[in-house]
Design a protein around this ligand. Sequence first.
Ligand SMILES: Cc1cc2nc3c(=O)[nH]c(=O)nc-3n(C[C@H](O)[C@H](O)[C@H](O)COP(=O)(O)OP(=O)(O)OC[C@H]3O[C@@H](n4cnc5c(N)ncnc54)[C@H](O)[C@@H]3O)c2cc1C
Length: 365
Amino acid sequence: MTVRAGTPLEEVQNRAHELGLDYPVDIGARGTATIGGTIATNAGGIRVLRYGMTRQQVLGLEVVLPDGEVLTQMAGMVKDNSGYDLKQIFIGSEGTLGVICRAVLQLKPYHPNNALSLVALRDHEAALQCLSSLRERFDTALIAFEGMWPDYWHLVCREAEIARSPIEGAHGFYALLEIQLRLDETSDALEAWLLDALELDLVQDGVLAQSIAEQKDLWGIREAVGEIDDHLGPHINFDIGVSPSRLGDFCVEVERVLASIPDASRCVKVGHVGDGNLHLLVSHTLGCDTSMIEGAVYELVQRYCGAVTAEHGIGRVKVNWLPASRTKAERRLMASIKNCIDPCNLMNPGVILASKKFDTKSASK
Ligand SMILES: Cc1cc2nc3c(=O)[nH]c(=O)nc-3n(C[C@H](O)[C@H](O)[C@H](O)COP(=O)(O)OP(=O)(O)OC[C@H]3O[C@@H](n4cnc5c(N)ncnc54)[C@H](O)[C@@H]3O)c2cc1C
């Protein structure tokens, strides 16, 4: 599909559906986010597990460069090894290298019917076991595996009552799992998996959505992350990436580290567990110096060889923390690319890379 950059993501999804196809990038901001914005931020979302990030969907781009020249790569080729794949530099560049005007997007077959289940688990380790069992049973039909820690669950379903919990009691972890169904399939296969998992004690409790309305209610628990700001008070919203198998250990350690910082009062965890992407929200004392909390969390991220941002990008807010994820050599090369394409620093100055005048020597310090 050839799309102008200002088109909202949801409009692209709807037009694809009319053709029996699907544009699989999906995020909470689908109604307002533009295709240009999602490409510039290499948006991820809830289906990365199955389809990858925005980068994997872009076959062509048209970009206006800072000097006014137009770079057009709109042939939509799947295979093209004629030198550097220049469009990749602009995907995820957060508007620092040029203005994206048009794109060619790769569409997938549309499967409007999905089966959705919410399960309660012993802990994060059990969630990983569940994930491998689902992959073994459903392979690529598993399109989402979202995790919620008890701190998040309690806030959303009990304290703030933003969503209603269909599962009784307290559990160590909650996961939302979605399976794509072909036209001739029903949710029976997921129900059978759930029964087996309960019998094997892999899952402690679980529900299967019986209607579209019930699916929306279950997704509402996960998407309530956009509504909890007021209940948390002043807080930092971390968007951390670590290897999925190490995410459980990371969470245990980050809680220990935060407990030793008097200004950090509360921590809430939710995320795209299958991708190792943790949204960690940490409340803090009003007006305190937050760099101590950020420093402690990012030092841990660095130790886990993780990413200071898995999908939201560096922007200006996380510029000082880039060294926790990118080596000196990487930062120097990034500054060189910025300098080469935008020598006058016209495009989103101060985003991703800090210095006002890009100088490759300062990036190496
Ligand atoms: C409620 C909510 C939920 C979200 N959930 C997710 C999620 O699950 N996963 C995820 O990855 N992200 C998520 N996001 C972030 C999301 O990816 C971005 O907000 C969105 O993709 C940006 O699109 P936009 O059109 O609003 O861009 P803007 O916010 O306007 O811009 C974002 C950046 O892209 C640049 N930019 C915008 N358009 C262009 C263009 N045409 N050419 C060059 N640069 C451009 C801007 O300069 C800016 O640096 C969420 C955001 C919200 C508000």
